[in-house]
Design a protein around this ligand. Structure first.
Ligand code: B3K
Ligand code: ZN
Length: 876
């Protein structure tokens, strides 16, 4: 694990012209003949050797222009193959024959086996585990791939591009050949072979070409792929309509596999998916599962242009494809569903995941400048903050300006391995606008803190807004420059209407956006007849922390009247937070807590407001989480106090709102056959949040148990089961329901994951013994990433009281799990370890236990680079 620096980037010495791969698949000894045609790049020293990357490969033959290479002409190390004395100018062909063992590949990087199916994962640096290759994203070439395999065991043979042909081979084997004409880097290579079922459809593109669509799943699961197919067709259409992007091959394939380290992978023409994000039906999938499938199918499809046609010059540019593609999938989901509700969910996720990363030891810029292990940079900062940065470009340039910039980017860089600078320059050139200050968003880590205060001058009819920005120090970046922060705003009058000021001075204002560019800046609105209420950072136009002390009355005014639903939700959240913080303090001191009436009334008013869509009301009722409260407290956190304080608040709301919740539970029942559309999902969400409150009242366990028994879809079932298990863990009804659920869904791995996750997140000190018992359950599968995440991951990320036990047992347990998982699957171990990223914000007893657990991991010999890199940064 050497540290890689952006500043050291230089192009390769040799240009790769084409790639021809022939695989002879065998579970334990797959043979690959790779033929690579190179030429020396102009101006490169005639003595420069060719350096190929490799990892855990057995080299069996090496030829140059079909002649065996003498031992003296190359050097082999565990991570490279270096070939010397190559032609000065003429193209040459290197033939590399290697043998690999897919069956023993537990890292799930490179070529591996999952349920008897061959499958690959190459991003970021997995192709070097398949063959020696210049395994970096700026080496692009067309690939021809021939796959030879036993026909009975592997009727399906897939790779990227268009199908060339196939047929019988020898001794029960057959073959298939694929050609991908679009030059691509090795990380986008894919191969799948096995016995799979398929769902087929077609899509006619904007220029009237018919594209074959195929989704491959395990036999018997075909019916569960129909929602994914529908989402795919909608994605293809949307990308044509909104971004003008047409699909380019004759066929687009998706394969769902059950062992996968992440969500999915955008390999050219052959996306490989974690089956969790493909398979769904009403009996087994929740509304959240449907929404995730829609978003991830879209995300991977959209990569065809943002990632594949235009790829990254080096891995420092990862946000170029990821941040942009997340932005595109967010916009897609917003168009398919409710835009405001989608925005609320995005911001909740951003604050829950990215904000803690950005304020802890793992903070890094959206475009980092160094890394030790690139796999550790597939972070929420690169993805979600990267998306927010793209969104701000759209906010600053407006819809048309953004479109012009995107069009220019596609036109200029199609076929390129590009950089963040190329991307920003396209927007600058298309709009004649300097975005250099704005670009600091890519380079400065840390969530900016904007402090706002206002004053109204009745005599002068002016309203003044004073703003100050500060960007906290982050690892390696002690001092920060002021950034360009676009703040959407509205002024709301007493009667609830929006006020237009006669003029604004003090800085740039475009439409409803204030451009904060100085460290301190005041905007003065003139011609304002009475004191308005300011709604600031509407739609979360900038990913910042806002310190703006508004009165409860002002927040209620926004919660009632803002035309931006996001801002209404934000106001309700801002009303809730002080109550939750006070409740946590009170709980710590053993005091009763009293929730403010103004907040409860505003919340219940929104809950009962039939002009508001149910999904919005459900979002309002889902108060800030325990982790949200911990983040607001900022340090010295005691999760037990946060939990009991929050429970006390919830109970007071439940009491005050019993009638409202009772009505909602009845009226929001969806009728007829299940449909996963957003409106129906919204009703279920609202009904289920009502149930959550009702379960806090007398007879709660019975209510939850009967809701569980009556549930006719997975959303309602999981929700009722969660309420039962989390509130009444020791009740006989809980044991009975968990048992019934297991019995009914035992054969369905994705539903079993839910069964594990619900139990892993039961709050309280008893959680750990429960989790340990579940590790011994015959249904636990330590080599299946989904299962490990659902048990160990849910416990560490989503069970604050259980995991952060004051005696440190939760941390010690996590350390032993990490140490156990790491040798088999470093990426999985590293991902789960990031649950410790905020350890310094715990109160001192817990923080000391956390440090010891991290040190225990650090002392383990032969840790993976993935885990070691995280541990070192977390302990620094
Ligand atoms: N590009 C992949 C992620 C690869 C992660 C490698 N450790 C999926 C995606 O973002 O679409
Ligand atoms: Zn992506």
């Amino acid at each position: 694990g050497q540290i890689v620096h952006l500043a050291d980037y230089r192009p390769t010495d040799f240009v790769l012209e084409r790639v021809d791969l022939t695989f002879e698949l065998d579970p334990r000894a797959t043979r690959l003949e790779s033929r690579l045609i190179f030429h020396r790049r102009e101006g490169v020293d005639a003595k420069a050797p060719l350096v190929l990357d490799g990892d855990e490969l057995t080299l069996t033959e090496l030829r140059l222009d079909q002649n065996e290479l003498p031992a003296g002409q190359y050097d082999l190390s565990p991570s490279s193959l270096v070939i010397r004395d190559l032609p000065e100018t003429a193209p040459f062909e290197v033939t590399v024959i290697t043998t690999i063992n897919p069956e023993e590949n537990t890292q799930l990087m490179g070529l591996y086996r999952t349920n008897g199916v061959y499958c690959t994962q190459c991003e970021a640096e997995g192709f070097r585990r398949i063959t020696y290759f210049p395994d970096r994203p700026d080496v692009l070439a067309p690939f021809t791939v021939t796959i030879i395999a036993d026909k009975a065991a592997n009727p399906v043979l897939l790779s990227n591009g268009n199908f060339l042909g196939g047929g019988n081979y020898d001794e029960g084997r057959h073959f298939a050949a694929w050609f991908d004409p679009f030059p691509k880097p090795s990380y986008l290579f894919a191969l799948v072979a096995g016995d799979l079922g398929v769902v087929e459809d077609t899509f006619t593109t904007m220029s009237d070409r018919e594209v074959k669509l195929k989704i491959y799943v395990e036999h018997g699961k075909e019916a569960r792929a129909s929602y994914a197919m529908d989402a795919l067709k909608r994605s293809m259409k949307w990308d044509e309509e909104v971004f003008g992007r047409e699909y380019d091959l004759d066929i687009f394939m998706i394969v769902a596999v059950s062992d996968f380290n992440m969500g999915a992978m955008e390999n050219k023409g052959l996306n490989v998916f974690n089956d969790k994000y493909v398979l769904a039906d009403p009996e087994t999938a929740t509304d959240q599962d449907y929404a995730n499938i829609e978003a991830i199918i879209a995300h991977e499809y959209f990569h065809n242009w943002t990632g594949n046609r235009i790829t990254c010059r080096d891995w420092f540019q990862l946000c170029l494809k990821e941040g942009l593609t997340v932005f595109r999938d967010h916009e897609f989901s917003a168009d398919q569903r409710s835009r405001s509700v989608k925005r609320i969910a995005e911001v909740r996720h951003l604050k829950a995941e990215q904000f803690p990363e950005d304020s802890g030891p793992l903070a890094h810029p959206v475009r980092p400048t160094t890394y030790r292990e690139i796999n550790n940079f597939y972070t929420t900062t690169v993805y979600e903050k990267g998306s927010e940065v793209t969104r701000m470009i759209a906010t600053i340039l407006g819809r048309d300006g953004f479109k012009k910039g995107m069009d220019l980017y596609f036109e200029r860089h199609d076929g390129d391995a590009a950089t963040v600078e190329d991307f920003v320059k396209s927007f600058e050139d298309a709009n004649g606008r300097d975005l250099s200050q704005f670009s600091l968003w890519y380079h400065q880590a840390g969530t900016p803190l904007v402090t706002a205060s206002t004053s109204y001058d009745a005599a002068a009819k002016t309203f003044e807004l004073s703003l100050e920005q500060a960007i906290p120090a982050t690892p390696g970046q002690p001092n920060k420059q002021p950034m360009h922060i676009p703040l959407s705003f509205a002024l709301i009058a007493d009667n609830g209407s929006l006020v237009n000021a006669a003029s604004v001075s003090g800085g740039e204002v475009t439409g409803d956006v204030l451009h904060l560019t100085e460290r301190q800046q005041s905007f003065t609105f003139s011609g304002v007849g009475s004191r308005p209420v300011l709604s600031l950072n509407r739609s979360f136009s900038a990913p910042i922390n806002l310190d703006f002390k508004q009165s409860a009355d002002d927040l209620v005014q926004i919660a009632r009247h803002d035309t931006d639903l996001f801002a209404r939700w934000q106001a309700l959240t801002d009303l809730a937070l002080p109550n939750l913080l006070q409740a946590a303090r009170d709980a710590r001191e053993g005091k009763e807590t009293v929730c403010e009436k103004a907040f409860i009334n505003a919340l219940l008013e929104a809950a009962a407001d039939e002009t508001l869509e149910p999904a919005f009301r459900a979002q309002a009722l889902a108060l800030p989480s325990e982790n949200d409260v911990a983040r607001e407290l900022g340090g010295n956190n005691d999760p037990d106090a946060i939990h009991s304080g929050r429970q006390a608040i919830l109970k007071q709301i439940a009491k005050a709102g019993a009638e409202v919740f009772g009505k909602l539970f009845e009226s929001m029942k969806t009728q007829g056959t299940f449909t996963p559309d957003a409106a129906s999902a919204g009703k279920r969400a609202l009904r289920n949040s009502a149930l959550g409150y009702l379960a806090l009242l007398d007879g709660g366990a019975e209510r939850a148990a009967s809701a569980f028994a009556a549930a006719d879809n997975m959303t309602d079932m999981v929700h009722a089961l969660t309420v039962l298990a989390h509130r009444f863990p020791d009740d006989a009804k809980t044991a009975e329901a968990l048992g019934a659920f297991l019995k009914r869904f035992e054969a369905n791995a994705l539903v079993l994951d839910k069964w594990f996750a619900i139990q892993a997140t039961i709050p309280g000190a008893s959680a750990l013994s429960r989790v340990k018992a579940l590790l011994e359950d015959p249904h636990y599968a330590p080599n299946n990433p989904n299962r490990v995440r659902s048990l160990v991951g849910s416990f560490a990320f989503a069970n604050p009281t259980g995991f952060h036990r004051a005696d440190g047992e939760g941390y010690r347990f996590l350390a032993s799990q990490i140490i156990g998982i790491d040798p088999r699957n470093p990426q999985l171990a590293a991902r789960i370890l990031t649950s410790m990223r905020s350890w310094r914000s715990m109160e001192s007893v817990r923080a000391n236990h956390a440090r010891s657990a991290l040190v225990e991991i650090e002392r383990t010999p032969s840790l993976s680079t993935d885990v070691r890199d995280l541990i070192e940064r977390m302990l620094k």
